[in-house]
Design a protein around this ligand. Structure first.
Ligand code: XBP
Ligand code: MG
Length: 250
């Protein structure tokens, strides 16, 4: 018997490896605006500590020597342009779903679980992603960007998800790829399964109920690194989510 009522997933790094497209879009926006810097991978990895693209640019400008002073308005315009460039890149190049994502969403929907997308990225980026990935209409609830006053690792967005879905503590399982996501979901009373991504593989996930390489596909099993091990198939399925839920304690 599966008692888990909801599955909540993060977007960037969890549904797909989108951060390289975000990074490219930031750099194109900086070039267009004549700004004298570009973010390479090691720098971007450090900057991902700050969630939200606008907040990330503002944080970088504060620490960049001789950074141009941008008004709040200029910063907003720069970030909007970055998002337009991101959407164009997404539509040109796409971002393939990580292994097991489409399968698990299908199984969860079939079993009547509530599905939520819980992301710090801007709503227009989430919308474009859902369209280009063929996941439009799959989620019962989409929470994104500034819908809450403080982004992950603050638990506000997961608290809102709990309220909107009418869930008690530990009744849904969150899937995240980052420590910021883990802290946010856990802080709102969700057991968390981590599937580490390109930029987050070496983060501390010790408080997570489970860590798996990815969600796994039949014929492409995942390695299970912490918490429950999957059965023979080596995939995260509803029984596995129930086990993750069982590892939750307050
Ligand atoms: C990851 C993020 C986002 C994107 C940039 O979000 O931190 O900020 O890097 O998106 P999540 P915006 O993993 O929660 O999906 O520029 O639209 O803010
Ligand atoms: Mg993420």
């Amino acid at each position: 018997m599966v008692g888990v009522k909801a599955l909540l997933l993060d977007l960037d790094g969890t549904l797909a490896e989108t951060e390289e497209l975000h990074r490219e879009a930031f750099n194109r926006a900086f070039r267009e605006a004549g700004l004298p810097f570009s973010w390479d991978r090691p720098l971007y990895k450090a900057l991902l500590e700050v969630t939200g693209g606008k907040e990330r640019i503002a944080h970088f400008l504060r620490s960049f020597p001789d950074a141009p002073r941008l008004s709040e308005e200029a910063l907003t315009r720069l970030h909007q342009r970055k998002n337009a460039l991101y959407e164009a890149l997404l539509r040109e190049e796409g971002a393939p779903l990580r292994p097991g994502v489409r399968r698990l969403l299908g199984e969860a929907r079939e079993a009547g679980l509530l599905l939520a997308l819980v992301t710090t990225t801007s709503p227009e980026n989430a919308r474009a992603f859902l369209e280009t990935s063929g996941l439009k209409g799959v989620f019962h609830l989409v929470l994104a960007g500034d819908i809450v006053p403080h982004k992950k690792p603050d638990p506000a967005i997961y608290h809102l998800a709990r309220k909107e879905l009418g869930l008690g503590e530990g009744e849904g399982v969150a899937v995240e790829d980052s420590r910021n996501g883990l802290l946010s979901a856990r802080g709102a009373g969700f057991p968390v399964l981590i599937t580490p991504g390109l930029y987050t593989a070496d983060q501390d996930f010790s408080e997570a109920q489970g860590v798996a390489e990815h969600l796994g596909e039949p014929g492409h099993p995942a390695r299970f690194l912490q918490g429950p091990r999957a059965g023979e198939r080596g995939v995260v399925d509803l029984d596995y989510l129930e086990e993750v839920r069982g590892w939750w304690s307050t």
